[in-house]
Design a protein around this ligand. Structure first.
Ligand code: PMP
Length: 437
């Protein structure tokens, strides 16, 4: 390990892995330069193979809610590993995790554990189609729900980073079953339901969009979406894979729930990232009568060799148990402080920008945005070259930001004053470099 370099690993990876990466946004494709290969992480820091330490603002793209290698999570996982890696049969940890999720989430009676967020949304859509016997799905432009065929149209995350409208390899028939609408646009929803209402199985939405940078639902949008969908007999799938247990203790829906009429509740939810504590685990969740449509009780099939894996379930349990009120208040305070410091540094050198918030989530849009962007068309006006310059200056100074202007900045409850101070020290020079673009 000690003699490896980032550049050498990039070359070797490029020979045997497409694009050198196992998930596109890791490739630094939009910011340029050599990706860092991380050898370890602890608390708010990650260390690359060359021994360089960075303050980590990627947070494993979400799972690292409490920072890396939290001792109680590591020891719980080590104990679980010692008992065997998985049995392909039911085990106690998955039952305990399901019970914990049901206890924490007010509108959830049952959960089915899967391995990735992609599987969770794919399964939620299959349940919705099974429940309604309708074919069509509505998604919003710039929302990312994983890489299943029907959900890649106008998606955020890696597709936004690489400016891809969708994916090759998706049939026209499949793409035609997804209606893509602008986010935060009640009129567009009304029109789509007026035209296709009897054919629409579900609306799938990120609880707050966070894969095109952060774009929160406008006040009243979630309530309108629920009312319109339900009026037409369609379900609402609230995707909390990114926001769940992060935007707030019960996700972004938990922050909005009190402002929505009690008879309007999402029908299905999806979770991932934090619920697996960094190991591959995700969940579909919802009301009992919908969840019981899944096999073996019902006719909607879903299964997985690794689903509910005991080591992954243990990591999720240990993480959620450690995520107490104090952790969420540290997370919120760190997000507030960092967002304010970044904004001040950019303002000091006249770099136009806008900080986007949703609960504890935030991202920074570079460019002139006199009004808050409502959706994908608006955020695409950002200055990605400026972000690239800022990103590299921060990286040079030992701060690892998401290698794309379209991503959330992932703070953790472990980002203490010392870690935040290192970020703050790096900001003036990074802001100056952004100002030269
Ligand atoms: N939904 C949302 C909202 C996500 O942010 C992601 C991943 N970034 C997914 C689904 C897909 O999850 P996974 O990458 O685990 O398949």
């Amino acid at each position: 390990m000690t003699h490896l370099t980032n550049a050498e690993l990039e070359t070797r990876a490029g020979r045997v892995i497409p694009g050198g990466v196992n998930s596109p946004v890791r490739a630094f494709a939009s910011v340029g330069g050599t990706p860092r290969y991380f050898a370890s992480g602890r608390g708010p820091y990650v260390t690359d193979v060359e021994g360089r330490e960075y303050v980590d603002l990627v947070g494993a793209w979400g799972p690292a809610l409490l920072g890396h290698a939290l001792p109680e999570v590591v020891s719980a996982v080590q104990e679980a590993v010692g008992r065997g890696l998985g049995f392909g049969a039911s085990a106690p940890a998955e039952v305990e995790l399901a019970e914990l999720l049901v206890a924490k989430l007010p509108d959830v009676d049952k959960v089915r554990l899967v391995s990735t967020g992609t599987e969770a949304t794919m399964t939620a859509i299959r349940i919705a189609r099974g429940a309604t016997d309708r074919p069509l799905i509505i998604k919003f432009a710039g929302h990312y729900h994983g890489h299943s065929d029907g959900l890649l149209a106008a998606a955020g995350s890696g597709l936004a980073t690489l400016a891809l409208p969708g994916s090759a390899g998706v049939t026209a028939e499949t793409a035609a079953q997804t209606i893509v609408l602008p986010y935060n646009d009640v009129l567009a929803l009304e029109q789509a339901f007026a035209e296709h209402g009897s054919q629409i199985a579900a609306v799938i939405t990120e609880a707050a969009a966070a894969n095109m940078g952060v774009v929160a639902p406008l006040p009243g949008f979630t309530a309108s979406m629920l009312e319109i969908a339900h009026r037409h007999g369609a379900l609402v799938i609230t995707d909390e894979v990114l926001t769940g247990f992060r935007a707030g203790p019960t996700g972004y829906w938990g922050l909005e729930r009190d402002q929505v009429p009690a008879e309007q509740r999402p029908d299905l939810f999806t979770f991932g990232k934090v619920v697996g504590g960094g190991l591959p685990l995700a969940a579909v969740a919802g009301r009992a009568e919908l969840m019981d449509l899944l096999a073996p009780t019902g006719p909607v099939y879903q299964g997985g060799t690794l689903s509910g894996n005991p080591v992954a379930a243990t990591a999720g349990l240990a993480t959620l148990r450690a995520a107490d009120d104090a952790a969420y208040s540290r997370l919120g305070a760190a997000s507030d402080a960092l967002a304010a410091e970044v904004s001040a540094a950019l303002s000091a050198v006249g770099v136009a920008h806008r900080v986007q918030r949703a609960g504890t989530l935030f991202s920074v849009l570079f460019g002139d945005f006199p009004e808050a962007p409502r959706g994908y068309v608006e955020v695409q006006r950002q200055n990605t070259a400026q972000y690239g310059a800022f990103f590299h200056a921060m990286l040079d100074a030992g701060v690892s930001l998401p290698p794309s202007a379209y991503e959330t900045w992932f703070v953790s409850a472990a980002h203490d004053a010392a870690a935040l101070d290192r970020v703050v020290q790096a900001l003036p020079e990074a802001a100056r470099r952004a100002a030269t673009v």
